[in-house]
Write a protein that binds this ligand. Structure first.
Ligand SMILES: [Zn+2]
Ligand SMILES: [Zn+2]
Length: 354
């Protein structure tokens, strides 16, 4: 049901994009679709009151004048290329500032990445060098260490792909969504191959390319557990800001990463963090109590005392979300109610079903 709905939204979305051409305006349907997709509107509620409320939410997040109308400034912001992950919109905060937000984290500091499908826009060596650089932004400020592997299992999998690419979150062709990435410990980091990526401000087919480094640093931010931030100038800001020769992490990005992993200890990657070996049961009866792992009554006890049996240890791959928007859907209450079945199957991690 939910899947069908999501697919319908995607279809409408594509029609709007292709029907109006690349730089044409953003109409009400397009805006509603944008807001449903990125966390500003409940897809089930599209009355005009809901629409205006969602627009205000969007305007607040992007620090625009809160008119509640789809005005020119709002349209321009919505037409910018951006990350496919939803924004974590806070309805309760009064101020406009929504600094860094974090989700789950890796339970180890030494992490591997692997390229599953290369970029068609840059050579393999340029691609690899760019990602090495991108990972280094985060290892400079945390104890995290990243290493490429070329075969076997890896913590992160990096892939350039067009349209549908097997994760239920199809890309949308050139423009709009540039990339998306999953939160720990999923590890998937995907780039829309229909974009023209370049490095060092280079152009591709006569047009300035999308800066691969900037997008990679942002997506890796998600892959280590950071959500979007509405601090302008931060790497975790949802929209793409163009090429910047002096790309740097903002203090807000550093605070976010360090709130998860602590500071860079200067060690070889084993210092800091919580380590990966602390996953064990504290009671020998745990395996017999397995059915209580998700119980509302005993869940907390089980989380604390039967980590191994219930698979509550981070880093394990058996509990992973299958859709990039799971955590945003969780925040909107979809783990319960009519989407519960879909969520159980596709968002077990966000809904804490494992
Ligand atoms: Zn993002
Ligand atoms: Zn994907």
């Amino acid at each position: 049901m939910f899947l069908k709905f999501a697919a319908a939204v995607c279809l409408i979305y594509l029609c709007v994009l292709t029907g109006n051409g690349k730089s044409a305006g953003m109409d009400k349907n397009g805006a509603m679709d944008y807001m449903a997709k990125f966390g500003y509107a409940d897809p089930g509620r599209s009355g005009s009151g809901d629409f205006n409320k969602a627009i205000r939410r969007f305007q607040k997040y992007f620090h625009l004048k809160m008119t509640g109308r789809l005005d020119a400034e709002t349209k321009t912001e919505m037409l910018k290329p951006r990350c496919g992950n939803a924004d974590e919109v806070d309805d309760t905060g009064r101020s406009g500032a929504q600094a860094f937000r974090t989700g789950s984290k890796w339970s180890k500091t030494s992490l591997t990445y692997r390229f599953l499908r290369d970029s068609e826009d840059v050579t393999r060596s340029v691609m690899k060098a760019t990602f090495r650089k991108a990972f280094a932004y985060w290892s400079a400020v945390t104890p995290l260490r990243f290493r490429e592997v070329t075969s076997g299992r890896s913590d992160f999998t990096i892939m350039f792909a067009r349209r549908s690419h097997g994760d239920g979150a199809p890309f949308d062709g050139r423009g709009r969504v540039l990339a998306h990435a999953y939160f720990p410990s999923n590890g998937r980091v995907h780039f829309d191959e229909d974009e023209g990526y370049s490095v060092n401000g280079g152009s591709i087919n006569g047009q300035r390319g999308i800066d691969l480094l900037a997008v990679a640093v942002h997506e890796i931010g998600h892959a280590i557990g950071l959500h979007h931030s509405n601090v302008r100038g931060s790497i975790m800001w949802p929209s793409y800001n163009g090429y910047n020769a002096n790309l740097r992490l903002h203090r807000d990005d550093i605070n976010g990463a360090q709130s998860l992993y602590g500071r860079n200890t200067g060690g070889g990657g084993t210092g800091g963090g919580t380590g990966g070996s602390s996953c064990s049961d504290k009671n020998q009866s745990c395996p017999r109590w397995r059915r209580y792992c998700t119980s509302s009554r005993y869940g907390n006890y089980m989380r604390k005392n039967c980590q191994k049996t219930c698979n509550f240890c981070g880093g394990g791959s058996s509990c992973a979300d299958k859709n990039v928007n799971c955590s945003s859907w969780r925040n909107r209450g979809f783990c319960r109610g009519r989407f519960a079945m879909y969520m159980k199957e596709n968002c077990p991690k966000s809904c804490r079903h494992c």
